[in-house]
Design a protein around this ligand. Sequence first.
Ligand code: B12
Length: 295
Amino acid sequence: MKSTYSTTELAQMLEVNESTIKRWTDSGYLECIKTKGGHRRFPIRAVLKFVHENRMSVPAIEKELLIDRELRAQVVAGDIRSLVPEFKAAMAAGNTSDVLRILRLGVAAKPDLLTVYHELVFPPLAAIGASWARGETTVDIEHLASQSIREALARLQSELYHKPANGKTALLACHEHEQHDLPLRCVNQYLTSEGWRTLFLGPQTPTDSLVFSINRNRPDLVVMTSIVIEDERRFIHDVNHEIVPALRKLGGRLAIGGPGVARRFTGVLKADFLSESILEYARIGDARLMEAVRA
Ligand code: B12
């Protein structure tokens, strides 16, 4: 499914003339955005809304969405939480193409990527983790889910709108024993779409390698995940005595995200941001704010 349609494509899909589409747009029935060259582009969300409001039946869209009418109405209204059960089932089955399809739908319904991660991507992961902890799900399901979401996020990347480069660099890494890199991948994708240059070191990054990379790449921001900390003393030592001093020398900042990090580590870790929700990256990843802090 595409995220926007041209006038020609939409006319074909709705089986009307292009002039009808233009008329609907000019009279405000159908929302569109204009490209720099003045061409109309129709975001899928606007198309869904129009189709829904006018009770139209469009087989081409219905085939792509594969969801029932009620669900479609909720998605049109921007309620992507209604997609969670279907998303979870696709993840648990390792069905990457379905995971990608629903992810696209989420992005079409809610152009704010952080909300898509927060409301659509994380809840099924948390639910799968909880049923694994209760002994109701085997670890292979967790692996399939992780793999399908990782692949779907990678495939989505080229379809996302990217703001022009903002001249900032972010380095993203998990601490030495940390394997949970999915939230970090989401932050990576978000920052890239905001115009950051990102360098993704991924799971289990040795601290000396991270420090080496900081010195070599001089990032404006380092983002780390802390979900499972096997050796808390070591983690605190590495952050406060290795990572933060290396970054400070270059004027960079450190953000650490994960469940309960602010509660556990405020006043303990010398990071600039301790975030318990990915939504906080709207502020942390705002390059203008970062500039203002530096000035
Ligand atoms: C997928 C998964 C794995 C995958 C990781 C794949 C990958 N590449 O990421 C694999 C299979 C490798 C794995 C391994 C393990 N896992 Co695991 N895993 C998970 C699972 C299901 C999802 C992880 C995830 O992406 N969470 C992200 C979201 C879903 O978490 P969330 O808390 O809702 O996030 C909110 C906030 O906390 C915050 N947030 C969380 N992280 C971050 C990070 C950033 C940067 C930001 C900004 C915000 C943020 O944002 C969200 C809200 O907006 C979780 C379940 C869970 N609840 O997280 C278990 C879970 C984290 N795993 C767990 C465990 C125990 C393990 C293992 C130790 C199991 C084992 N015995 O081998 C190992 C090894 C871990 C290690 N050393 O790193 C436990 C941790 C319990 C604990 N706190 O100690 C969990 C919670 C499962 C459970 N219910 O018991 N795991």
